[in-house]
Structure formats: C-alpha cells, structure tokens
Design a binder for this molecule. Sequence first.
Ligand code: G
Ligand code: G
Ligand code: MN
Ligand code: NA
Length: 255
Amino acid sequence: KRLIDDLRNAVVQKQFVLHYQPIVSLKTGAIYKAESLIRWLHPSQGFISPAVFVPIAEKTGLIIQIGDWVFKEAARQIKHWREKYHSSFQLSINISPIQFQNDDMNHVGWLNYLRNLGVPAHSIVLEITEGLLLDKSVVVSEKFIDFHGEGMQVAIDDFGTGYSSLSYLKTFEIDYLKIDQSFVRNLTHDSHDMIVCEAIVGMAHKLGMKVIAEGIETPEQRDLLAAAGCDYGQGYLFARPLPAMEFEQFLVGSL
Ligand code: G
Ligand code: G
Ligand code: MN
Ligand code: NA
C-alpha cells in the first residue's frame, strides 16, 4: 500500500531514469542498438527494480503514465545519439501488454511526438511479449498496425518462453526475435539449447526477421550463438545496463 502511494508520487516527481544496455552485432562487433531499461530512484530506498514496481504500475494503471515517460525519454535520447554517433542508431523500449490493451495509451500522440522531434519512427523498437499478439482485440491490432505502418519496429521479447502457438507470426509483421536468456544460460553444456537456438534463427531468417540473443555472459556463449547464425547479442559479457553517460563512454571506447 505504501509503495503504491510512493509510486504515484514518483510519477508526479519523475523519479525515474533509463539505463541502456548495448546490443552488439555478432558478425562485426559494431554497436548500433541498445535496449532501454527503466529504474526508479526512490527517495529513501534507493534504486527499485522494474521487476518490483512494473507489476504494481500495471495493477494501478500507473503504467500508462510511466510508459508515456519512457517513450518520450527514449525518443529524446535516440535523437541525440543518432546526431552524435551514428545516424542509424536504434533504441528498444519495453512495452507492457497492459499499455497496449488500454484505450488511454495515446499511441497517435507518440507518433506525433516523434514527428515533432524529427526522429524517424524506425529508430524505435517496441519490445513486446508473445502473449500480447494472441490477444485478438481491435485495440491491440489497431495500435500495432499504426505503429508498424509508420515504420516503428517490433521485437518479441523472451521469445520461446511464453506460448507454444506461433500463429501470431502469420498475422503480425515482426522485425526481431529476442532469444530468452534461459536458452543461452546452459548453451555450452546443453546441446539441446544449441539446437533450439539454431532452429529459432533458421525460422526467423526465412520469415525475414533478425535474431537478438539475450543474457550472453561468456565468450563461449557468444561464439556458439554467432555459429548458430544469430545476428545480435546482448548481455553482461558486453555491458550491464548503464546510465546514459556511462553508455556513451562505453560506445566511444568501442569505436
Ligand atoms: O533490467 P531488469 O532487471 O532491470 O528488468 C526487469 C524487468 O523489467 C524486465 O522484464 C524488463 O523487460 C522490465 N522493464 C524494464 N524496463 C521497462 C520499461 O520501461 N517498461 C516496462 N513495461 N517494463 C520494463
Ligand atoms: O524481460 P527483458 O528481457 O526485457 O529483461 C532483461 C533483463 O535481463 C533485465 O533485467 C536485464 O538487466 C537483465 N540482463 C541483461 N543482461 C543480462 C545478463 O547477461 N545476465 C543476466 N543474468 N541478466 C541480464
Ligand atoms: Mn526486453
Ligand atoms: Na527478455
């Protein structure tokens, strides 16, 4: 109850920051992408993980305002990085299914915001989960079609863990599949995981999608995923999610 009041207050006072984790090309090592991950800087408790407060935000509806802040912050950041470092830099944001399913999510406002900033829609990647695309409701498909129609890209987060149905791949145009960390963790010890990763890459490429592997912590995992044909990698081996300034230093160091 206390945390709910604090979260309401946090929205008003904007006690959030975005951290950024690089997404690395497994073919060239180049970094032209990153995922943004929200952090709450609580005035007395310090950083609180989104794993703790996002579920509360979803239950209370505060996720709409928080998600709006995330989108605008990410858009301003990617504008800056595209101008400063690389004109095709892309930033992913995580979207809760509750946002997509809610009529209050002002998705037309988001597209206008990008237009006014002068940021092309394809510089933003929306990370959504498989479950959302099994929702056949009009509120979901309408937003999806509007976003994608403007050129915004879509990634399936935690791919392979959600639902066994792949039917949504026929209905929605997806740009990236993100292989869940659970397939990467034991890659060097479990040949089944390698077979699953190769199968995901094979299917994705035939359907015109790129693959990002998450949770890469060792050079061996990176090399196996590269051998499996995986396009991009993300994980502590390269960098943890970093504050904007540290992310820029990492980027400059990698050039
Ligand atoms: O970085 P990590 O522990 O910090 O993230 C924990 C979880 O919180 C992940 O499942 C991630 O997708 C989710 N998450 C991180 N940032 C955001 C955000 O901006 N919006 C939403 N809805 N979820 C987020
Ligand atoms: O659900 P989503 O995939 O958006 O969340 C990614 C989560 O994984 C975040 O909490 C992020 O901080 C965390 N993460 C990123 N890289 C690694 C890694 O290499 N190892 C582990 N264990 N977690 C990671
Ligand atoms: Mn994610
Ligand atoms: Na994930």
